[in-house]
Design a protein around this ligand. Sequence first.
Ligand SMILES: NC(=O)c1ccc[n+]([C@@H]2O[C@H](COP(=O)([O-])OP(=O)(O)OC[C@H]3O[C@@H](n4cnc5c(N)ncnc54)[C@H](OP(=O)(O)O)[C@@H]3O)[C@@H](O)[C@H]2O)c1
Length: 262
Amino acid sequence: MNAAETAGAWPRHPGLDGKVALVTGGSGEIGAATSRALAANGVKVGVNGRDRVAIDAVVEAIEAAGGQAVAVPGDVTDPEAVARMRETVESALGPVDVLAPFAGGQGRPVPTVELAPDQWRAVIDSDLTSAFLTVREFLPGMVERGAGSVIMMASSAGRLPSGANAAYAAAKAGVIMLAKHLANEVGPAGVRVNCLAPSAVLNGKMRRFMPDEERERLARAFPLGRLGMPEDVAHAVLYLASAASSWVTGVTLDLTGGRVIA
Ligand SMILES: NC(=O)c1ccc[n+]([C@@H]2O[C@H](COP(=O)([O-])OP(=O)(O)OC[C@H]3O[C@@H](n4cnc5c(N)ncnc54)[C@H](OP(=O)(O)O)[C@@H]3O)[C@@H](O)[C@H]2O)c1
């Protein structure tokens, strides 16, 4: 059974029932699978993104399965929108225990000399500054309560040179270091910070823009012989959010089917 086939029956992880999570980029495929997996474990989930229709679809699917979720739309590159997002999720669900700043994904290949300065800044904003702004807004409450799990979203592009653009690679390498820095800073307060670094995870963009043969060729480049699925990421989130990982912080977890072995 691969990870996608487990989606209907998510495993139960210890200590999650009744917690509150916020997933930025929850309207995207990885964020949506993560939101569903957390909700299936009894977590009340704030689902963020900018596309209200896509966010509502994730919230409705969670509610239809008996879970609890609220839509918290907002652009996470805007500090004021992030502050409003925290107020909305906290007033609807309570203080956030599990923070998954997953928004981003501007990795499309562009030769470095063709990256305009504005494009560079936009990717850094979308894939690094957004994570900083989100963490900055939610960490003080976690530190005050002496508990919390932050699960940052990097990429294998931040671990090794890849086909992604240089700004994305630099942003995701920055996310990895941000997570390590924070793990060291807030560990004494009882807050854990870990980071995921997936390689190619099948999403809508890949389905739309990558022909089948190219996808199959890419899949064969992975020692485990397949692409990642959003559910592979969601399973890792469940572990890092739960009490099963209560002695794990500062870790970068490579979700790459064996392609990155560091
Ligand atoms: N798929 C992969 O192969 C892969 C591999 C490694 C890492 N990742 C990372 O995983 C994360 C999710 O990727 P995905 O594959 O699920 O991509 P996706 O389907 O394109 O989803 C991207 C998500 O990020 C949200 N987002 C982007 N910019 C935002 C902003 N400024 N404010 C609020 N939301 C924003 C999008 O929201 P709206 O569409 O609603 O605006 C969407 O929910 C990204 O950080 C990506 O870099 C993906």
